[in-house]
Design a protein around this ligand. Structure first.
Ligand SMILES: [Ca+2]
Ligand SMILES: [Ca+2]
Ligand SMILES: [Ca+2]
Length: 405
């Protein structure tokens, strides 16, 4: 990541949603459901750094806190670690650190620029990309940095970095224009059996898996304007879910599979249509336009079958150029970066968005906190053990002390 490039993109993309995203997969953050933990995001503090914050806006902490630019954070599926990108060693590397920023370790450690880490659903592997060099493409390595394997030659434009593990960890969906148009592909995690799933001259972008792995949602302009589509995991059964003349974009499947988040500028487009009908542009809401007089997009959710398309808020426009929005692990809330360069959280049923902090950089993700059967049980076990053993030891010590005195 080069700082000037990032700053330029930040300025450019702040003007409009229509600047295509330069980072992030169409994946709803961690695939392992859990309770809602902390949110990681990027901000500028002399260099780009990775911060975490509680969902109520408290406890903002600079986690990476080191030299160079640190971006692109993603929580491990168990919420215990964070993968990120750092150029502190002279070029892009995949790093990992603990949830509190301790133990920062360079996993990729080579002369190429590595970026965009994505944990496998079981946390055992990390997918990443090399954008330049002898063999640009997607790679998979073990979570300790060993066994680096190229999964695909990745011939997308520099602006497209959308890829995601299938929920069972066997496949990777990605976006590429290696066949001349932008398509969605799946490939086995070992690099075998790459298939062009979308196979359409239109732009097919931003694949996001349903949590059960049976379907992929994506964006396509095959109907003349961008809409949210779903298809079966084998590419069959393509269905237009949004079917609206507006710009419908950036699907993100909720972690429980019930809903799909997306952005749409249909409020603005509908205003323009009304204005054209009456021949007076003044009836269109002027606050719906950006500096280039393009319609801004708002946040929506719909059921996974396309029903009940609901405007979450038109107070703030989604700044999807930095990062895809992420669902909370319990699917009740959504975190996103807004046009005013802030991190916001909104309830998936609507209401006022809450501004948590300013944000400038890449890497937005929500920590899953594994409940019963995971991290909580040992704590309870320790407490129970302490309650039982403590009085025994204490009693023994008291007896010893009494005997010696
Ligand atoms: Ca490197
Ligand atoms: Ca296509
Ligand atoms: Ca549309």
């Amino acid at each position: 990541m080069h700082i000037l490039r990032m700053l330029l993109l930040a300025v450019l993309s702040a003007t409009s949603l229509f600047i295509l995203p330069i980072d992030g997969a169409g994946e709803a953050g961690a695939a392992f459901p859990g309770e809602n933990g902390r949110i990681v995001f990027g901000d500028f503090d002399g260099t780009f750094q990775i911060f975490s914050i509680n969902p109520d806006g408290s406890g903002k902490t600079n986690l990476s806190n080191g030299p160079g630019d640190d971006t692109g954070a993603q929580w491990s599926p168990d919420g215990s670690r964070i993968a990120f990108v750092s150029d502190r060693d002279g070029n892009g590397e995949i790093y990992v650190m603990d949830a509190d920023g301790a133990g920062q370790t360079n996993l990729s450690n080579g002369p190429e620029d590595e970026s965009t880490p994505r944990w496998s659903p079981d946390g055992s592997r990390i997918l990443f990309e090399r954008q330049r060099g002898a063999s640009p493409g997607l790679y998979v390595m073990d979570a300790n940095g060993s066994n680096v394997t190229q999964v695909t030659e990745y011939l997308g434009t520099p602006n497209f970095h959308a890829f995601a593990w299938s929920p069972n960890g066997s496949q990777i969906a990605f976006e590429s224009e290696e066949d001349g148009t932008v398509e969605i592909y799946v490939v086995n995690a070992d690099g075998s059996d790459e298939v062009n799933l979308s196979s359409n001259p239109a732009y097919d972008q931003f694949p996001t898996w349903s949590p059960d792995g049976s379907q992929l949602a994506f964006t396509s302009d095959r109907g003349g304007d961008f809409d949210i589509y779903v298809m079966n995991a084998d590419g069959s059964g393509v269905t237009n879910l949004s079917d609206n003349p507006a710009f419908d974009f950036f699907p993100v499947w909720s972690t429980d599979g019930s809903r799909i988040f997306f952005v749409s500028n249909r409020v603005c487009i509908a205003g323009l249509e009304r204005a054209n009908l009456v021949g007076a542009a003044t009836t269109a809401r002027t606050d719906r336009f950006d500096s280039r007089q393009e319609c801004l997009a708002d946040a929506y959710v719909m059921n996974a079958d396309g029903t009940t398309q609901t405007l979450l808020t038109d107070e703030l426009t989604i700044h999807a150029s930095f990062d895809p929005p992420v669902w909370s692990p319990d699917s009740s809330q959504i975190a996103y970066t807004s046009q005013d360069l802030g991190i916001y959280v909104i309830d998936a049923d609507g209401g006022r968005p809450r501004r948590l902090a300013g944000a400038l950089g890449f890497g937005l993700d929500w920590q899953p906190v594994v409940a019963a059967g995971g991290g909580g049980v040992p704590v309870i076990a320790v407490l129970i053990a302490a309650a039982i053993i403590g009085p025994v030891i204490g009693g023994g010590l008291w007896v010893l002390v009494r005997r010696r005195s």
